[in-house]
Design a protein around this ligand. Structure first.
Ligand code: DGL
Length: 264
């Protein structure tokens, strides 16, 4: 089916993937998107790989039954757990995942000290360890599992004293000029980027993979011949969630519009 008017499905364990969706909407404003957040099963990052893989495959099957033309796994954890299997299952589907943006961070800071913040599952999975081995010679890399951090974003807390206290404890060893750059290896974390920057200092450069992932999606739908040709179409974003409370859906809309560099 080559109908280019079909929507693109974007999924995450919760609301974090909206940090990637925002870049996709910016880059492809004529496309329709369905954003699915699995908040009922979140967090993914502290669960077993098998559990997250099975859930992710199940969600992708549901998207395909509904006729989407492409899929974006806007979750580092679900990507690490399921992308390899999904590519085997659906070799012709335009599909992207996301992984920590270590490459641009190392390119900008050769020989530098780079902190990678991600979920416990992302840090322990083979995918990340292969990535690490590619760059280990070129920089000093500190992987840091951050269980609990995504909960602040799910609760819509971007600037609260509780969040600052949590981050100060988590990042204690990396304050005061101990790192040159930070890679946000979980799609929830860009929403607390300002707080992370406050704790580590403004001179620490922060990277995330959202823009690169959006560009990769654009490239894949163009190659597959399903990019929307009518560029005058104003794309729509539909939010869906496995825990679809009014509060959660309102948070989704807020996150889509939030200025990440400004106070929430
Ligand atoms: N947003 C997800 C990621 O990019 C993880 C959050 C979770 O633990 O569910 O890894």
């Amino acid at each position: 089916m080559k109908d280019d008017r079909r929507p693109i499905a974007v999924m995450d364990s919760g609301v974090g993937g909206i940090s990637v969706l925002r870049e996709m909407v910016r880059l492809m404003p004529q496309e329709d998107f369905i954003f699915f957040g699995d908040s009922a099963n979140a967090p993914y990052g502290t669960k077993t790989t098998e559990f997250v893989r099975d859930l992710t495959v199940e969600h992708v099957n549901t998207f395909l039954d509904r006729g989407v033309k492409a899929v974006a796994i806007a979750c580092n954890t679900a990507t690490a757990a399921a992308l390899k299997d999904l590519r085997k299952l659906y070799p012709n589907l335009p599909m992207v995942g996301i992984e920590p943006a270590l490459k641009p961070a190392v390119e900008q800071h050769p020989g530098g000290r780079i902190l990678v913040m991600a979920t416990p599952m992302t840090i322990r999975e083979e995918k990340f360890n292969l990535l690490l081995s590619r760059f280990q010679e070129k920089a000093i890399i500190y992987p840091l599992a951050c269980p609990g951090l995504m909960d602040y974003v799910e609760a819509g807390m971007f600037d609260s004293p509780k969040l600052y206290k949590f981050l100060e404890e988590l990042l204690w060893d990396y304050r005061n000029g101990e790192v040159d750059a930070v890679v946000l290896g979980c799609t929830h974390y860009p929403f607390v980027k300002r707080a992370i920057s406050k704790v580590l200092g403004p001179e620490v450069e922060i990277f995330d993979g959202a823009e690169g992932t959006a560009r990769e999606l654009k490239r894949r739908i163009e190659t597959a011949g399903v990019a929307r040709k009518d560029v005058t179409h104003v794309g729509e974003v539909t939010f869906e969630n496995s825990n679809p409370t009014a509060k959660k859906l309102a948070l989704c809309q807020k996150l889509l519009e939030l200025d990440l560099d400004k106070r929430a």
